[in-house]
Write a protein of this length. Structure first.
Length: 540
C-alpha cells in the first residue's frame, strides 16, 4: 500500500497525489461432513468420509492519481482518476464429483469451480468556493462531476466441477452432479457485462443565522442501462443554546441494480422426492434476461428508489457530559431481492424447453420500511493522578417491515408465497435483533490503558419452510476486555472477547441439518465462544 503527495509549486498551493495498493488473500471454509456411507461419498476415495472445503483466492487492487489545489484564496479544486479490481476464485479442496464414479483417474479431489470479478474506473472533478451572497458569513458552494465505468465477469469452472458423469451412487440412486459444497459455474453461466454512467452534483451550505445552518444538495445521474435520475437532500441544524443542537435531514435516493444482480447465474442439481422417487431437479439462479427466467415471468430489474428522513438532537447539559438522540426512517420502493425456488410440474412445463426443471431469479418484488433510533450518552471523568475515565452507552432500535403486496408475475399466479417466501420475509423482518445495547469504560493513565465493553444483542428469529420449526433465540450479554501498554513507539496489548464464553441458543434437531449444525449461522455474535488474543505494534 502507498500514499504520496508531491508539491507542484513553491507556494504549496497545488499538489499531485497518488495512492493505492494490492492484496491477495487465501481462505478455507468448511461445509458439512460427508460420512463414509453417505450417498454423496465413494469409500474407495474417502474410506472415512470427507469434509469438503472452499479455499478461495481473493485478489484486490486499486490505484488513484490526482491533482488538487487552490486559487484566489477561496476556490479549491480536485481532479482525479481511479481504477479498482477484485477477483474471487472458487477452489474446492477435499471434495469429489460423485457422478464421475469412484475410479476416475486420478480420483480427483481438488477442483476449480470458477470465478467472479468486478472492475470499476472513475474520473472525478470537484470544486468548492466560499460564496458571499449577503449573509452573515459566506456560504460553501461545492459542485462536480463523475464518470464511472463498471465491468462484471463470471468465469466457468473446469468441466469436472460441474459435469454429470452419469454414475449411480453407492446406494444405487442417481449420483449428484458437480463438485460438492460448491458446484462449478457452467459455460452457460458465463457473463461479461459492462455499463457507463455520468453524474453531476451541486451542494450549497451556510448559516442563515448565527444559530441556523441550512444545506441544500442535488445530484443528477444517467446510466446507459437504467436511464436518468434526479435526487436531492436538505439538511437543517438549529442551535438555540451552545449546549443544545437540533438537526434533521430529508433526501431521496436511487440505486441501480448491480451488474452482478442483473447478470449472475448458477445451476445446481437438487434431488427432490417426487411420488416417493428421488429425482434430480436442475434448479438454478437465472439472470433476469435469460429465457428460463423470462418463461417464469421475470421482468428486467428496475432501480430501487428511496426516501430518507432523520431528526434528532445533541445535548451537553454540563461539562464532560454528551447526549444524542436521532430518529430515522428509510422507505425503499422496488427493493431487489432473491425469489424463492420454483419447482413442481407446472413450473417444469414452463422451463423444460430451456433445459431446466425449476429456478429462481432476482426481482423488484417488495417495498420496505425501515424505522428506528439511536441514543448515546458519554461522560468523561478527570481522575487526577489516577488518569482519565470515559463511560459511554449506546442503544439502537430498528424495525423492518414489508409494505403492500408482493408483485407476482401472471405466469406465477398461485405462487405468491414462493416469489418472496415466508423464510425470506421473516429473515428480513426479524432475522436480526431489533435492539442492541453497548456499554463501555475506557481508562487511560500515562502509557497504560484498559477498555471494558459490555454488549447486549436482542432476540431474533430463525425461519424455516415449516412454521412449526421456526425458532426465536433469546437475548445475550457479551463482555470484552483489553489491556494495553505503550512506550515510545511500541504498544503491547492483550484482551479477551466474549470473556464469559457465551453461545447462542441451540438449534432444534429439525433445524440442525441432520444434527450436524449445533448453532444458528445467523447469530449476530457468531458461535465460537471465548477468543483470547495478544497484539504487538510498532510505529515508524
Amino acid at each position: 500500500w502507498f500514499n504520496s503527495t508531491f508539491p507542484l509549486d513553491a507556494g504549496n498551493t497545488r499538489f499531485l497525489y497518488a495512492y493505492g495498493g494490492w492484496s491477495r488473500r487465501d481462505g478455507s471454509h468448511g461445509g458439512f461432513y460427508r460420512r463414509a456411507l453417505d450417498a454423496r461419498n465413494w469409500p474407495q476415495i474417502y474410506p472415512l468420509g470427507f469434509l469438503p472445503t472452499i479455499q478461495p483466492d481473493v485478489v484486490d487492487g486499486s490505484g488513484t492519481l490526482g491533482a488538487r489545489g487552490a486559487w484566489g484564496g477561496s476556490w479549491f479544486w480536485d481532479l482525479s482518476a481511479q481504477y479498482g479490481h477484485n477477483r474471487f476464485d472458487f477452489n474446492v479442496v477435499n471434495s469429489l464429483n460423485a457422478s464421475l464414479g469412484p475410479d476416475v483417474p486420478p480420483n480427483q479431489t481438488e477442483f476449480y469451480s470458477g470465478s467472479l470479478a468486478f472492475g470499476q474506473f472513475l474520473v472525478n472533478a470537484d470544486f468548492s468556493h466560499a460564496l458571499d451572497i449577503g449573509l452573515r458569513e459566506p456560504v460553501n458552494l461545492a459542485f462536480g462531476a463523475e464518470y464511472r465505468h463498471e465491468n462484471f465477469e463470471q468465469t466457468p469452472g473446469e468441466p469436472a466441477s460441474y459435469v454429470d458423469g452419469g454414475f449411480a451412487n453407492q446406494l444405487g440412486g442417481r449420483a449428484e452432479a458437480g463438485t460438492q459444497v460448491f458446484p462449478g459455474f457452467r459455460p452457460s453461466n458465463a457473463a461479461d457485462a459492462s455499463r457507463n454512467s455520468v453524474a453531476a452534483y451541486l451542494d450549497l451550505e451556510g448559516d442563515l443565522h448565527e444559530k441556523v445552518r441550512l444545506g441544500l444538495a442535488g445530484r443528477v445521474e444517467d446510466y446507459d442501462d437504467f436511464g436518468s435520475t434526479v435526487d436531492g437532500k436538505v439538511t437543517l441544524r438549529v442551535a438555540p443554546h451552545p449546549r443544545f443542537v437540533l438537526r434533521g435531514a430529508a433526501s431521496t435516493g436511487f440505486r441501480a441494480p448491480s451488474l452482478a444482480q442483473s447478470s449472475f447465474s448458477s445451476v445446481a442439481t437438487n434431488f427432490i422426492s417426487v411420488g416417493g422417487v428421488v429425482q434430480p431437479v436442475e434448479v438454478g439462479t437465472f439472470s433476469v434476461e435469460s429465457p428460463v427466467a423470462r418463461a417464469l415471468g421475470a421482468q428486467p430489474l428496475e432501480p430501487e428508489e428511496s426516501v430518507h428522513y432523520s431528526a434528532g438532537f445533541a445535548l451537553s447539559p454540563v461539562d464532560r457530559l454528551e447526549m444524542t438522540l436521532d430518529y430515522y426512517r428509510i422507505d425503499i420502493d422496488g427493493r431487489v431481492v432473491f425469489s424463492g425456488n420454483f419447482t413442481g410440474p407446472r413450473i417444469e412445463a414452463l422451463v423444460r424447453p430451456f433445459g431446466a426443471n425449476g429456478g429462481r431469479f432476482f426481482t423488484n418484488a417488495i417495498d420496505t420500511e425501515t424505522e428506528g433510533f439511536d441514543a448515546t450518552v458519554r461522560y468523561r471523568f478527570d481522575l487526577g493522578t489516577t488518569g482519565n475515565l470515559v463511560l459511554s452507552a449506546a442503544y439502537n432500535h430498528t424495525e423492518n417491515e414489508i409494505v403492500g403486496e408482493v408483485a407476482t408475475p401472471p405466469q406465477l399466479a398461485g405462487f405468491e408465497n414462493v416469489l418472496f417466501d415466508r423464510v425470506e420475509r421473516l429473515r428480513l423482518v426479524c432475522g436480526q435483533p431489533e435492539d442492541n445495547l453497548r456499554l463501555a469504560a475506557d481508562w487511560q493513565r500515562g502509557g497504560f490503558g484498559s477498555v471494558l465493553r459490555v454488549g447486549r444483542y436482542g432476540e431474533y428469529c430463525f425461519a424455516t419452510p415449516t412454521e412449526a420449526n421456526d425458532q426465536t433465540f433469546g437475548a445475550e450479554w457479551l463482555v470484552d476486555l483489553e489491556l494495553a501498554w505503550t512506550r515510545n513507539r511500541l504498544t503491547l496489548a492483550a484482551g479477551v472477547q466474549n470473556a464469559f464464553d457465551e453461545f447462542p441458543d441451540q438449534l432444534r434437531p429439525a433445524n440442525s441439518s441432520f444434527v450436524v449444525q449445533t448453532f444458528p449461522s445467523t447469530s449476530p455474535f457468531g458461535f465460537n465462544g471465548r477468543f483470547i488474543y495478544g497484539k504487538v505494534g510498532l510505529r515508524f
